[in-house]
Design a protein around this ligand. Structure first.
Ligand code: MN
Length: 714
């Protein structure tokens, strides 16, 4: 284990301005806090954070990272709080430790392979600072190095599996080849011990057979380059046992059949030289089919660039050759850590933030590097959010997604029937914005259907499309029902015969393909019932309509008609689709109501005394006699009250108490006027019906704090 002074010396050696005092304090703090805790190895627990800090010095990280490495398990495993760390070590260290503590709390429970990629993205999204991820990887690396101390084979296997699935790919993603390889080798040895041991034995055997093979091939390739005037550095190595095994699995091949136990690398000055070198290799050596890949013209998603080819090379040996520029090599091998090292000792005058720009390119090839320069946060998954199902599956969604988006992502039938959501065990509104790592349980009901309300807050295309599809289909169905009733009533009221056959004759007039089309147009208000009547009975139209308009005041006309025929029941029509309640008068079940057919929106329901109705007094064809259906009472309606409330302590509490006691909910409260003695308040209350609202009004009137209550349109 690194001693205190050794650690400080190493950090000072690459960063002379490192905060020596803070490093010392952090070392002692970790030692004290972990106290007598032991590792599975029998070592004191604090040896672990010290080793993690040691690994971080290999990447030449700044003192904040080293300190956070020392403290990374204190909040999770001891009584330490983030505030304590903030007061002792400052904001930056506290933020890093906080990030690490959060990462430690999420765990991938799902066995589903497809989940691994989402989980890696979640980790990336949660490590807002790249250093959190580097420390997390160092933490995992040390845990893997000491994996063999764990007693339970299942636990070792689980950790090894997780390392292969999550952490090795993460290391690769941020360009840390070295860590990636070490993590993979340890996990491989744990999970497939026999395969690992036999590959290692085979490699040893080959090495004993001809210890000069690799150096000889290097020499020959160097000579080839030189003879063709290409400046190049050639290196060679055996592939790692894990990568050999992976190839064997993938190609279903035996060890002997693999062409690339040995890989050679030719580094040259520029891209043109890469292709020259490739030409030399291919003209001199026999190519192995299907081994050629050009990652220079088409880089891998993590930014990796190189040309790969397989040949029967010098010494008549099948080898893999990678050709790349020195620059590509630097980025490919050292990744983020190299960039950090590069930054050390340099002034922050903008130009030296090149590493951040490069990192950005490696990670995401994002569009706006300037934005990234402003802070070193990992922003590539800030536009996404990852949440767990109760079973532990991860669902990736765009940022600002809600439980409704989540429900549709699970399955469209779940989305269509969702009525509520539990987020981390608590019931939350469907419009709640989800956060990374939330566990979301969707509550469903067969009686539910997609609501137009949802469209206002969902963000995923899937949810939007499903809601629109539903609304379109059902709206049309409802418009058809409505349109048919409107026509039947109109014709009956005018004592004219109504038949679908006569409608067929006027289809072209309304550019309709079917009778349903006409009904839908009438229901939606695009065509008035009178238009249809006029089309069918051209002789009837003018005189009669004008007579009605001229002589009968609108309200009386509506009343007269109501007697003549049963009013249209709005039951079975879904509010928000073909029918909506006017915002001006907030009709309640129990109110006398009237419908106004509104172009493109179906029917707006007003109370019969609503002043807005004046506006439609010269358009009688738009008026519709309607009544409440039986189901209206099961729905929630909004009633609006004006209340004068004494300006004194507890008055508002009394008001809300009275309303709550009546089983109603305040959905909106607005103080419109304020005097020394009184508040004038507008209240929107969710109630069942008119009686419910009048009951509440009498309860409010009896309160001494309330001097005036009335229903209002304003
Ligand atoms: Mn740890």
């Amino acid at each position: 284990m690194l001693r205190q002074y050794e650690l400080v010396d190493i950090v000072k050696s690459y960063d002379p301005e490192a905060d020596e005092d803070a490093l010392n304090r952090a070392y002692v703090f970790a030692m004290k806090k972990h106290g007598a805790q032991l590792r599975a190895s029998g070592d004191p627990y604090y040896s672990h954070p010290v080793e993690v800090a040691g690994i971080l010095t290999k990447f030449k990280l700044d003192s904040a990272s080293i300190i956070a490495g020392l403290l990374h398990d204190t909040v999770e495993d001891t009584d330490t709080t983030i505030d304590e760390i903030r007061s002792l070590f400052g904001d930056q260290v506290a933020q890093l430790v906080d990030g690490l503590t959060k990462l430690a709390m999420i765990e991938l429970k799902s066995k589903n392979d497809k989940q691994a990629e989402n989980f890696r993205k979640l980790l990336l999204a949660m490590s807002e600072d790249i250093r959190v991820l580097l420390i997390k990887l160092a933490d995992r690396l040390h845990n893997m190095r000491t994996l063999h101390f764990l007693q339970k084979p299942e636990k070792r296997a689980r950790i090894a599996r997780e390392t292969l699935d999550i952490y090795a790919p993460l290391a690769e993603r941020i360009g840390m080849q070295e860590i990636k390889s070490e993590l993979e080798e340890i996990a491989f040895a744990e999970l497939h011990k026999e395969a690992h041991d036999s590959i290692v034995a085979r490699l040893n055997f080959l090495r004993e057979q001809d210890s000069n093979l690799v150096p000889n091939i290097i020499k020959q390739l160097e000579k080839d380059m030189e003879e063709n005037g290409i400046h190049a550095v050639v290196s060679g190595r055996e592939k790692t046992p894990y990568s050999i095994w992976r190839k064997m699995q993938m190609k279903n091949a035996s060890f002997e059949q693999l062409s690339d136990i040995m890989a050679f690398r030719i580094c040259v000055d520029d891209i043109a030289a890469c292709y020259q070198a490739l030409g030399v290799v291919h003209s001199k050596y026999h190519m192995v089919p299907r081994r050629f890949k050009d990652y220079i013209s088409t880089p891998k998603p993590n930014g990796y660039q190189s040309i790969h080819t397989g040949v029967i090379g010098p010494e008549n040996t099948r080898i893999e050759i990678q050709i790349r520029t020195f620059e590509m090599h630097e980025v490919g091998e050292k990744g983020v850590a190299a960039h950090w090292a590069y930054k050390q000792g340099q002034r922050a005058d903008g130009k030296h933030y090149r590493w951040i720009r490069e990192l950005l390119e490696i990670l995401e090839q994002a569009s706006n590097p300037e934005e990234f320069l402003e802070n070193t946060k990992l922003e590539m998954y800030n536009d996404q959010v990852f949440c767990f199902t109760p079973k532990g599956d991860l669902i990736g969604l765009p940022a600002h997604s809600t439980p409704v988006d989540f429900a549709y992502a699970v399955h469209s039938s779940v989305g269509d029937t969702c009525v509520g959501a539990k987020i981390n065990g608590e019931i939350r509104p469907l419009r709640t914005v989800l956060k990374n790592g939330d566990q979301v349980e969707i509550l469903t009901s067969k009686a539910q259907h997609p609501s137009t309300e949802w469209e206002r807050f969902v963000v995923t295309g899937k949810a939007k499309a499903a809601i629109r599809r539903y609304v379109r289909t059902y709206k049309r169905d409802q418009f058809i029902v409505l349109g048919k009733e409107i026509l039947e009533k109109l014709f009956k009221g005018e004592s004219l015969e109504f038949s679908e056959k006569s409608l067929v004759n006027v289809l072209p007039t309304f550019e309709a393909d079917s009778i349903d089309d006409i009904y839908a147009k009438v229901g939606e208000g695009l065509v008035s019932g009178w238009d249809v009547l006029k089309a069918i009975y051209p002789a009837y139209k003018q005189s009669k309509i004008e007579k009605v308009v001229d002589k009968v005041p609108v309200l009386k006309k509506v009343m007269r008609k109501a007697k003549k025929s049963e009013p249209l029941k709005i039951k079975g029509l879904i509010p928000g689709m073909a029918v909506h309640f006017a915002g001006c008068c907030h009709p309640l079940p129990g109110d006398r109501i009237v419908g106004i057919v509104t172009t493109g929106k179906g029917v707006a329901v007003h109370t019969i005394d609503c002043p807005t109705l004046e506006r439609y007094s010269d358009e009688p064809e738009r008026w519709l006699d309607i009544a409440w259906g039986e189901e209206a009472e099961n729905e929630v309606h909004t009633g609006r009250l004006k209340v004068m409330l004494a300006n004194e302590p507890g008055a508002l509490a009394e008001l809300s108490n009275l309303i709550a006691r009546a089983g109603a909910n305040i959905s909106n409260l607005n103080i419109v006027n304020r005097t020394v003695g009184y508040f004038e308040i507008l209240l929107d209350i969710d109630v069942k019906d008119l009686k419910h609202l009048t009951d509440i009004m009498s309860a409010l009137k009896s309160a001494k704090e309330i001097s005036y209550v009335s229903r209002t349109n304003k």
